[in-house]
Ligand binder design. Structure first.
Ligand SMILES: NC(=O)c1ccc[n+]([C@@H]2O[C@H](COP(=O)([O-])OP(=O)(O)OC[C@H]3O[C@@H](n4cnc5c(N)ncnc54)[C@H](OP(=O)(O)O)[C@@H]3O)[C@@H](O)[C@H]2O)c1
Length: 209
């Protein structure tokens, strides 16, 4: 079955490229498909571009790669997500990158789970730059991809997707761990943008035998 990605911007197209490279078929959902027709046609036949609602209906895994402001409308736009896996790749950035708009005693992912009736929400693909999602290959090792969610089966499915495209996928347990994943994303953004490291780096985990 296809993987649906809502949003065809930096993250949406990057993940689409990586999944296609691994033989998956992808549905990209956007409010106005005509706007993205040319960009998406470059990805070839393994991608279909549909309006948001049709794209959601096409898959049992839906990745949110949209601005955080669009999330609530998408979540409540469906009366029942019927067990779909809803992967939250968003970051609730406060204006001027001053922090997280939801704070740290909840998370965007937990708020999403409250709104998306019947969805199995998983947080993933939010902690590194889109360039790393398009191409996770580094000479020094695999970039880490933390994944959390309350439904064990959904979490495993998303861990497998992150591994498939080349990440060191780490099971972080319950969805409440998104309270750590979202600030962790802010560290990547802070280093890339404020501290002048640029976007060509990724976090990884070192392990002793
Ligand atoms: N950029 C990164 O490196 C990065 C890394 C990790 C996580 N993130 C997070 O990932 C999310 C997306 O970031 P981005 O940089 O990819 O943003 P972006 O380039 O601005 O792309 C956002 C996409 O979402 C679409 N969209 C807006 N409302 C929608 C809706 N209701 N249904 C379907 N699609 C909708 C937009 O379409 P229109 O153009 O028609 O509005 C656009 O294609 C953000 O929450 C961001 O915080 C970004």
């Amino acid at each position: 079955m296809s993987i649906t990605i809502l949003g065809a911007g930096n993250v949406g197209l990057a993940l689409a490229r990586s999944f296609i490279r691994k033989g998956e078929t992808v549905v990209l959902g956007v409010p106005d498909p005509d706007k993205y027709r040319a960009a998406v046609s470059e990805l070839g036949d393994a991608v279909r571009l549909l309006p948001t609602g049709e794209a959601i209906a096409a898959s049992d895994v839906v990745i949110l790669a949209v601005p955080h402001a669009a999330v609530a409308g998408i979540a409540t736009g469906l009366a029942d997500w019927q067990g779909r896996i809803l992967v939250d790749a968003t970051n609730p950035l406060a204006p001027g990158l001053s922090g997280l708009s939801v704070g740290t005693t909840t998370s965007a992912a937990e708020e999403l789970a409250r709104l998306a009736t019947g969805a199995r929400v998983v947080k993933a693909f939010n902690t590194t730059g889109a360039e790393n999602m398009a191409d996770p290959a580094y000479v020094g090792g695999m970039p880490v991809m933390p994944v959390c969610g309350d439904d064990a089966d959904a979490r495993q499915r998303v861990l497998a997707l992150a591994s498939l495209i080349g990440f060191d996928a780490i099971d972080c347990g319950p969805l409440s761990a998104a309270r750590y994943l979202e600030p962790f994303a802010m560290l990547w953004i802070h280093l890339a943008i404020r501290q002048g490291h640029g976007r060509r780096f990724a976090f990884g985990i070192l392990r002793r035998d």
